[in-house]
Design a protein around this ligand. Structure first.
Ligand SMILES: [Zn+2]
Ligand SMILES: [Zn+2]
Length: 235
């Protein structure tokens, strides 16, 4: 019986720290963080590029974003991808939804701490979509899990399925920056979102190509502004 209850709780909450993977005593499952990671959550802070969120010595925009200026207005990420590499793999590829709830709660904490002003400047948030087939294989869309949790903890309205991915594409991680752009051309369509200020959510910011193409689709459907919020950014 005890193992049955434990098994059930494991579905709701991870029995390990979502950041470092350390096993947690049962009473701390709900937190999803060990005392070390929870005591000093490794959020990204400091001077950062206003589009990609990468660290900057001076100024507002990094070289790469100056060269290929994104169409979205601004972007932030809560963590360095290296810190969450294993955690994101557990969440995405092992299908552990409880991890996503904890990650979403941490994203909510991050936005409330460092970008609280954004909350009243946003009409709703939406998720970067997976192709239907991919979502079926994985059983869920990681960005959808994050959105639900962020919404629960911040009150930001979550509108699901605003964007649709019209075809399955080669995984972006297998392509060069230029190929990534070509690969995604006209892949996304959006429902009418006339005059809306939108927060677009995903798990990893790499080149920003996917987020940029999603933003283009939102603008084609009338969006007023698009801001980006990711769980992590690669350096
Ligand atoms: Zn930890
Ligand atoms: Zn940048």
């Amino acid at each position: 019986m005890k193992s049955l209850i434990q098994g059930f709780l494991n579905v709701l909450y991870p029995p390990y720290c979502v950041i470092c993977g350390a096993l947690l005593p049962m009473g701390e499952w709900e937190k999803g963080l060990c005392s070390s990671c929870g005591g000093k959550i490794p959020f990204l802070t400091g001077n950062r590029c206003k589009f990609c969120g990468r660290q900057l010595e001076i100024g507002e925009v990094c070289h790469s974003c100056l060269e290929h200026r994104p169409v979205f207005a601004r972007g932030v990420s809560a963590f360095d991808y290296e810190v969450l590499r294993d955690g994101i793999a557990r969440f995405k590829f092992h299908g552990v939804k409880g991890d996503g709830k904890v990650f979403g709660r941490l994203m909510a904490e991050f936005i409330l701490l460092y970008h609280e002003g954004w909350i009243k400047e946003i009409d709703f948030m939406t998720e970067v979509p997976l192709h239907r087939q991919k979502e079926k294989e994985r059983g869920f869309n990681q960005a959808d899990i994050l959105c639900k949790s962020i919404s629960h903890h911040t009150g930001i309205v979550y509108e699901k399925n605003i964007l649709t991915r019209t075809k399955a594409t080669t995984p972006q991680s297998k392509l060069s920056a230029k190929e990534r752009h070509e690969n995604l051309k006209n892949v996304f369509v959006a429902k009418d979102c006339a005059d809306k200020r939108i927060l677009l959510v995903d798990d990893i910011f790499t080149t920003g190509a996917t987020l940029n193409e999603c933003s283009r689709a939102l603008f084609r459907s009338g969006a007023k502004t698009v801001s980006i919020f990711c769980l992590s950014v690669t350096e």
